[in-house]
Design a protein. Structure first.
Length: 633
């Protein structure tokens, strides 16, 4: 089953994606109970899901959405009860599946775990697993190796449970071919547009329509309260840019932090694996050991043949193609017995058989590196780290003073600016919804600006974190009250809008009447014909100049009798008449299209089956979610 998950990695990822968006905005109420603020957010089958794990998962989901949505990401989404509840529901579903894995005896071995991690492209350099890159990326993500390994182990276990739902679906080839032919069908269509502008002369507004609309929609013409502020910023990046590190300071920093800069010793090894399946009996293990012993004797007699023997005999598909080469790795990276054997070898020495849970290994040490580096080799890195360290220390010192100063001397930002040796800057006009806001400001600072004491008493805001390593305080210097734009100012625009709206309604009415006439075989209506533009051949994938709504209508029209007609309301107003004059069926079914549809059908059915399986697991396990435990602290 593990091999299936490895080969069907993409499908497994899609199914795993179900766990990330569970019932995002509905279906949650029935599972929540008022549990107060406790150390756990939920209990599933007797197991408690801890608050600290929920906090970590919540941050990860927020970061993922911020990266995906960019500027469209809104803080109110992340702080909403629906978002927090969805994170908890994902944890509950994950725990249900893990409990199912434990009951069925599914497990992920260390060998499987290492194979998956070593095979991930983001951890590789020149096609080989890089320990330095692996550790650097984990540090950047704020994770330890143990945390990451446990996460991968969990995902693999989940994949094994769900593997039974993927790849086993059978969709009849006749059904597949029919669907693909329908999807690939092309139609020749032409359109006639009934634009609102053509009906403007027919529009007569009722007396007082403009005034009536203005009174009924006053909120639309409101001008929100606006302010201008002055502000001061404390930035870690700016502090670092202002710091100069002399060669003497860099050398002293290097001497004080030698272990930080000197890499641990790494070793490169090749191996030949005779695999033993988990749960194999003593006879099978004995046979594998004998085979490994024979191979060890063979390569000891001719060490230069190690790579060739590994290619032919090793049962590790990941390294056999490279002559058994595992690349460089540090102590503690490999399985315990394997690791101890490698770090006890001398260069070019061969040892084996070495037993691990993966089987029996014959190992050759092929390289040693690391263990130390000179100051000159590491000088740029040392200077950067020394600059960052000094800037962080200075930032922390100034942050305390900045926070106290803007609070204690709240009627002016000048003392804080003098403390930071930064200028007081001024913004343009802005409201709660945006505008010419302070450079780098976020929603939290804007909310603080519009707080009563800041807005009305012209006091400084608190030193507010607006970004990583960036604090800002602002003070209102000028404000404009909320109000409404007068009718005299907006009346003309309202009249134009109402006339166009009524003209669009007339266009739609005329278009629908004309469509009925065309379907009845009439060539002219009310003494006038309908002129269609040049025909174009379109498909569901290639829609030409037509909108998505128009394409849907083109393929919804009954084409058993041609020409056939349809119509659709235009998004911007008016009506679009459609004439279908020809149907072009695909002469055959493209094998790649058939395969793509089959994969999509498999995925959809698998998603439905996983959802049903989770529902069944939930009925068997007692699930209680503490709603109060997910509230923002």
């Amino acid at each position: 089953m593990y091999e299936f998950v490895r080969k069907q990695k993409r499908i497994a990822q899609i199914v795993l994606g179900l766990l990330m968006l569970p019932f995002l905005f509905f279906g949650m109420e029935g599972y929540f109970r008022d549990g107060g603020t406790e150390a756990h957010v939920a209990e599933v089958g007797g197991e408690k899901l801890l608050r600290r794990d929920y906090d970590r998962r919540l941050r990860e989901q927020q970061d993922r959405l911020r990266e995906t949505l960019g500027a469209q990401a809104r803080p109110e989404l992340f702080e909403s009860a629906e978002f927090r509840n969805a994170v908890v529901e994902g944890m509950v579903q994950e725990r249900l599946l893990l409990q199912a894995a434990e009951r069925t005896g599914l497990r992920v071995t260390d060998a499987q775990l290492q194979q998956v991690i070593a095979g991930q492209p983001e951890f590789q350099e020149n096609g080989q697993f890089s320990v330095d890159r692996y550790r650097t990326l984990l540090r950047t993500a704020g994770m330890t190796e143990g945390m990451y390994q446990e996460r991968v182990r969990t995902e693999l276990a989940l994949s094994q449970v769900q593997a039974v739902f993927t790849g086993g679906t059978i969709v009849a080839s006749s059904v597949t071919d029919r669907v693909v032919k329908v999807v690939d069908q092309q139609r020749e269509a032409s359109v006639s547009v009934l634009a609102p502008e053509s009906f403007l002369k027919q529009v007569e507004l009722e007396p007082g329509a403009v005034e009536k609309f203005y009174e009924a929609n006053r909120k639309e013409f409101e001008i929100p309260q606006q302010v201008r502020v002055e502000y001061v910023t404390l930035s870690l990046a700016q502090l670092a840019a202002e710091i100069t590190v002399t060669p003497e300071e860099a050398k002293a920093f290097f001497d004080q932090n030698t272990q930080q800069f000197r890499a641990a010793e790494e070793r490169q090894a090749s191996h030949i694996l005779i695999a033993v399946a988990p749960g194999a009996d003593a006879k099978m293990r004995s046979t594998a050991r004998e085979r490994a012993t024979e191979l060890a004797a063979q390569v000891r007699q001719a060490p230069q043949s190690f790579a060739d023997v590994a290619r032919k005999a090793s049962q590790d598909p990941g390294s056999a193609a490279r002559g058994g080469d595992l690349g460089f790795f540090s102590r503690g990276t490999m399985m315990k017995g394997f690791d101890e054997a490698v770090f006890a070898l001398k260069p070019a020495e061969i040892v084996g058989p070495v037993e691990t849970e993966a089987g029996f290994h014959v190992i050759q040490l092929t390289g040693v590196r690391g263990g130390g580096a000179s100051f000159e080799q590491l000088r740029p890195k040392v200077e950067e780290e020394a600059r960052r360290t000094r800037a962080s220390r200075r930032f922390n010192e100034l942050a305390d003073g900045f926070t106290n100063t803007v609070f204690e001397q709240s009627d002016s930002l000048k003392p804080a600016a003098e403390l930071l040796k930064q200028p007081v800057q001024t913004s343009g006009w802005f409201s709660r919804q945006g505008g010419d806001t302070p450079k780098g400001a976020n929603e939290r600072l804007i909310a603080a600006v519009f707080a009563d004491d800041v807005l009305n008493d012209k006091r400084n805001t608190a030193a507010t974190e607006v970004g990583q390593g960036v604090l800002m305080s602002a003070r209102v210097i000028e404000s404009k009250p909320a109000g409404s734009r007068p009718l005299a100012e907006v009346g003309g625009a309202i009249e134009k809008r109402l006339r166009l709206q009524r003209a669009s309604e007339l266009a739609v009415e005329a278009g629908r009447r004309r469509l009925d006439e065309l379907r009845q075989g009439k060539t002219a209506g009310n003494g006038a014909g309908t002129v269609f533009g040049n025909p174009q051949v379109v498909s569901r994938q290639q829609r030409g100049t037509l909108s998505e709504a128009a394409i849907r209508q083109v393929f919804r029209v009954d084409a058993s009798r041609l020409p056939a007609y349809g119509g659709v309301d235009q998004p911007g107003g008016g009506y679009l008449l459609i004439r279908v004059s020809r149907v072009i069926d695909s002469p055959g079914v493209d094998p790649s299209a058939r395969a793509a549809f089959s994969r999509q059908a498999d995925q959809l059915i698998a998603q439905q089956q996983v959802s049903a399986y989770l529902a069944a697991l939930r009925t068997q396990a007692k699930v209680q979610i503490n709603a109060g435990a997910t509230e923002t602290r």
